[in-house]
Ligand binder design. Structure first.
Ligand SMILES: [Zn+2]
Length: 398
C-alpha cells in the first residue's frame, strides 16, 4: 500500500473550522492531520486549497436494473407501482438485464464521481432467480479496491404474494448477501405481518441487515413505520434496520414527523431518502434534531423505471437539499452529512469520515465551502479509496 501526503487541503470535519491542513495517509488510513506535516520519502500531492470531503455513500440504488452504457430505451413503465414492477419483469429478457457490463459501467461512473460505498438492491423472484446477484458481484469484482458494494436481496415483485421468493432470499443470504429487503408490506404485498415475519426471521437466521422499500403513503405508511419499529425493538435488531423512501414521513404533519423521528432514533431504525420525482422527501432537519439516522441514494439510474439519473452522489445530495428546501449553509451540510456519514451508519461502517484513524476514502473539489460544493456540483479533482487515487478530474485513474 502506497503512502501519500496530501498538502494544503481544507478537510471538512462537521463542527470544526474549515482550516487548511495536510493529511498523511498510511496503509489506507488517515494517519495524521495537521499543518506542515513531514513524511520523508512519501509521495506528495498538492491540493492547492481544495475542499476534502469523505467519500460519498450511495445507500440506495439498483445496479442490477440499469441500462447504463447500453442503447437508449424509451420508458414504457407507466405511472403505477404495480405496472412499473410488471414492465420491469416483462422486458428484462428482451433487454438482456441484469448484465454485468452495464452494472460495471455504472459503477465506474459512480467511482469517478467520488462514491466509495454502494448498497444496491437486487431483484429476486422465481423468474430471474439470483442472476442479478451474480451480475452485480461480477461488476463489483471488476472494481475491487475502487468501491465497496453491499447487496440487498430484494423481493421487488412481492414476498407473500409471490410463492418461491422467500426461499430464494434465503438462498441469497446463505450465499453471503448482506441485507434482506422488503416492499410495501401492506400496500403491495397485502400482508404486513406475514411479510415482516419472513424478513425479520431471515435476518435473525442469517445475521443479515434489513432494508424495506416503503412507498405507502399517509396513515398506512405511518402505521407501517410503527410496525417496523416495534419489530426492530422486539428482535433486538436496532442499528441494522432501514426504511427506504418512507414517502409517508415527508407528508405527515410536523408534530407527527417529530414523534416518529424520536421513535426511529430510540429504536435504531434508519431512513433513506432519494428525492425521487415529486415524492415527499424525508425531512432532514427533523431527523437531525431527533438524532435519527438518515442516508441518501440515487435509486434507479437509467433503467426501466426511470430514464433519469447519472449516478453522481454529489448531484443527488444537492437534489435532496433542493427538494427539502435547505437554505442556510449548515442546513445544506445536513444533506452532505446524510450522503456521507449517514450512509456509513446505515452500512455499519465505523471508520468512515475525516479523522485520524479513519479510512482514507476521500474526494477533493474546488469549492469555497461544503454548501457551495453541494450547490455547484464541481468536478471531482481527486477520488481516493483506501488511500489510493482511483479517479482524477472525473475520470477513472486506471
Ligand atoms: Zn429502490
Amino acid at each position: 500500500m502506497t503512502d501519500l501526503l496530501l498538502r494544503d487541503g481544507r478537510p471538512w470535519m462537521p463542527g470544526q473550522p474549515l482550516d487548511t491542513a495536510d493529511l498523511l495517509l498510511r496503509d489506507g488510513r488517515i494517519a495524521q492531520i495537521g499543518a506542515n506535516l513531514e513524511a520523508a520519502g512519501v509521495e506528495t500531492l498538492d491540493l492547492d486549497g481544495a475542499l476534502v470531503l469523505p467519500g460519498f455513500v450511495d445507500t440506495h440504488c439498483h445496479l442490477d436494473k440499469t441500462l447504463w452504457s447500453g442503447p437508449w430505451v424509451p420508458n414504457t413503465g407507466g405511472r403505477s407501482l404495480a405496472g412499473r414492477i410488471a414492465n420491469g419483469e416483462n422486458r428484462r429478457a428482451e433487454l438482456g438485464i441484469p448484465r454485468a457490463d452495464y452494472s460495471a459501467a455504472l459503477l465506474a461512473t459512480m467511482i469517478a464521481g467520488g462514491t466509495a460505498h454502494v448498497r444496491s438492491h437486487i431483484d429476486i423472484d422465481p423468474s430471474v432467480g439470483l442472476a442479478g446477484v451474480e451480475a452485480v458481484r461480477t461488476a463489483a469484482e471488476r472494481h475491487r479496491g475502487r468501491v465497496d458494494v453491499e447487496l440487498v436481496a430484494f423481493p421487488q415483485g412481492g414476498l407473500v404474494r409471490r410463492p418461491g421468493t422467500a426461499e430464494l432470499l434465503d438462498e441469497a443470504l446463505s450465499g453471503g448477501v448482506e441485507v434482506v429487503g422488503g416492499i410495501d408490506p401492506a400496500g403491495f404485498d397485502g400482508d404486513p405481518t406475514g411479510q415482516l415475519d419472513i424478513i425479520f426471521g431471515l435476518a435473525e437466521r442469517h445475521g443479515a441487515k434489513i432494508d424495506i422499500h416503503l412507498h405507502d403513503g399517509g396513515s398506512l405508511g405511518a402505521w407501517e413505520f410503527e410496525l417496523i419499529i416495534e419489530r426492530t425493538k422486539a428482535t433486538g435488531l436496532g442499528g441494522r434496520v432501514t426504511i427506504s423512501h418512507a414517502y409517508a414521513m415527508g407528508a405527515l404533519p410536523a408534530d407527527e414527523q417529530r414523534r416518529i423521528a424520536d421513535r426511529l432514533a430510540e429504536a435504531g431504525v434508519a431512513m433513506v431518502t432519494c428525492a425521487v420525482g415529486d415524492a415527499p422527501v424525508v425531512p432532514l432537519r427533523v431527523m437531525h434534531a431527533a438524532g435519527a439516522t438518515l442516508a441518501l441514494g440515487n435509486d434507479g439510474i437509467r433503467d426501466l423505471w426511470t430514464p433519469y439519473g447519472d449516478g453522481d452522489m454529489l448531484r443527488r445530495i444537492g437534489t435532496v437539499a433542493f427538494r427539502d428546501r435547505l437554505l442556510a449553509d449548515e442546513e445544506i451540510e445536513l444533506a452532505l452529512t446524510a450522503g456521507t456519514l449517514g450512509g456509513a451508519r446505515v452500512l455499519g461502517l465505523t471508520d468512515h469520515g475525516i479523522g485520524v484513524g479513519g479510512r482514507a476514502d476521500l474526494v477533493t473539489v474546488d469549492a469555497a465551502t461544503p454548501a457551495a460544493a453541494v450547490v455547484g456540483v464541481p468536478t471531482r479533482k481527486l477520488v481516493l479509496k483506501g488511500g489510493r487515487v482511483v479517479a482524477r478530474d472525473g475520470q477513472l485513474a486506471d
